[in-house]
Design a protein around this ligand. Structure first.
Ligand SMILES: Cc1ncc(COP(=O)(O)O)c(C=O)c1O
Length: 396
């Protein structure tokens, strides 16, 4: 089915990667497991290399199960050349960075990056002689340009940022980076390419933790990197060089999730916006850090660049201390306490961003709670939040 002109993201989700020769009469591309591929002749074995999609060579180079998912993800990103799959979102981040950087290079990393992304820079990249300089997520392209030196090889963005949800000027930063010959990478996990087409905005390497909304069911770990043509070969080579791939079973599950991602994301959006607006009116609640809400940092950029918002946001508990905040989270009955997000279920965790930032500092009305709004009825979630807010100590 691929090869047809797919215009709208919903249609792409349904048709993407479903090549006739991979489907062989079925609706879904089946799970094809293998390590060894058998050949009829030595000539045939030579013809299988270098490995590429559509040509079986060895298990680590995939079968149609993984190729189909990768192709569907590529089709969501305008002008992209290809997608590599990784065993986790964190692996996708680290290998994308490794495909660009070498000893002596400098990396500009957004200060609101996901914690393990920071750790990778501060530990592994540092060990390899690669320096990381952090920048404020709300910095303009001109302000970030002042940090660019002749050793700057890449600018990494995450928009909105982890825990505090600042939206960045991705097109502005990309235009500046292109003029300076600097590669741009984006952690696009929150919006996914359904709500934010990163390569269309100028991003060279678009990273998604498929563990979240692509899979959508909290039952697998996976990451993807989708590359612009200028960066595809290097990404594919680095992924292969590090021996990174995913099992066909996980690829099948992720593709199954992808087909319904549009309807799920819109439902997450509806629920999260309703809950966030309700929270805004509660006396115990301070700032709401939700890109779709007026007043959230970078809201105007979200309104300009995104096609929607997903189910993850934070809010401040006004005047509460961290102890009261933690008890608030524990009193919730419909929200699980746990990391990750993007599944069908609601989650709540304390969000202490202050310990992570080094290039920006923002003050909030109290300690932060991060919510993932699942597919439950938002009125039930609101009732649950109301009962837990009512249990806060009177002094806040
Ligand atoms: C924004 C973001 N990027 C990347 C990751 C890493 O994904 P994974 O848990 O699949 O390694 C996460 C995980 O929570 C995340 O929130």
């Amino acid at each position: 089915m691929s090869g047809k002109k797919l215009v709208h993201p919903d249609t792409k989700l349904v048709l993407g990667g479903r090549r006739k020769e991979w489907l062989r009469g079925m609706v879904n591309v089946p799970v094809s497991r293998t390590s060894t591929v058998l050949f009829e002749s030595i000539e045939e074995i030579h013809a299988a290399y270098p490995p590429e999609d559509g040509r079986l060579s060895y298990g680590r180079n995939g079968t149609w199960t993984q190729w189909s998912l990768a192709e569907a993800l590529t089709e969501l990103e305008p002008g992209a050349a290809g997608t590599r799959l990784f065993p986790s979102g964190a692996a996708a981040v680290s290998i994308a960075l490794m495909s660009v950087l070498g000893p002596g290079d400098e990396l500009l990393m957004v200060d609101s990056a996901y914690g393990p992304t920071r750790l990778f820079c501060d530990r592994e990249l540092k060990r390899l002689g690669i320096a990381t300089l952090y920048y404020d997520p709300l910095a303009t392209a001109e302000e970030v340009e002042r940090l660019v030196t002749d050793r700057t090889r890449a600018i990494f963005m995450e928009s909105p940022g982890s825990l505090t949800f600042e939206v960045q000027d991705v097109p502005g930063l990309c235009a500046m980076a292109k003029a300076r010959g600097v590669t741009t990478l984006l952690d696009n996990t929150w919006a996914t390419p359904f709500f934010f087409q990163a390569t269309g905005k100028g991003i060279d390497l678009s990273i998604v933790a498929c563990t979240k909304y692509i899979s959508g069911h909290s039952d697998l770990m996976m990451g993807s990197v989708t590359a612009a043509p200028s960066h595809w070969e290097r990404l594919a080579r680095t992924g292969q060089g590090f021996g990174q791939y995913v099992s066909p079973d996980d690829a099948f599950l992720a593709a199954r999730g992808l087909r319904t991602m549009g309807v799920r994301l819109r439902q997450h959006e509806l629920g999260a916006v309703k809950v966030a607006r309700w929270l805004k009116d509660q006396p115990q609640v301070g700032q709401i850090l939700h890109p779709a809400l007026d007043g959230s940092p970078g809201h105007e950029l979200w309104a300009r660049d995104f096609q929607g918002s997903s189910g993850l946001f934070s809010f401040a508990l006004k005047g509460a201390d961290k102890e009261a905040r933690d008890r608030f989270v524990e009193r919730l009955e419909l929200f699980g306490i746990g990391y990750s997000w993007g599944g069908f279920e609601s989650l709540a965790v304390p969000a202490d961003a202050d310990q992570l930032r080094t290039a920006s500092s923002r003050s909030y009305d109290g300690p932060l709670v991060r919510l993932h709004i699942g597919l439950e009825d938002p009125d039930d979630l609101i009732a649950d939040l109301a009962q837990s807010l009512a249990g806060l100590p009177a002094s806040g």
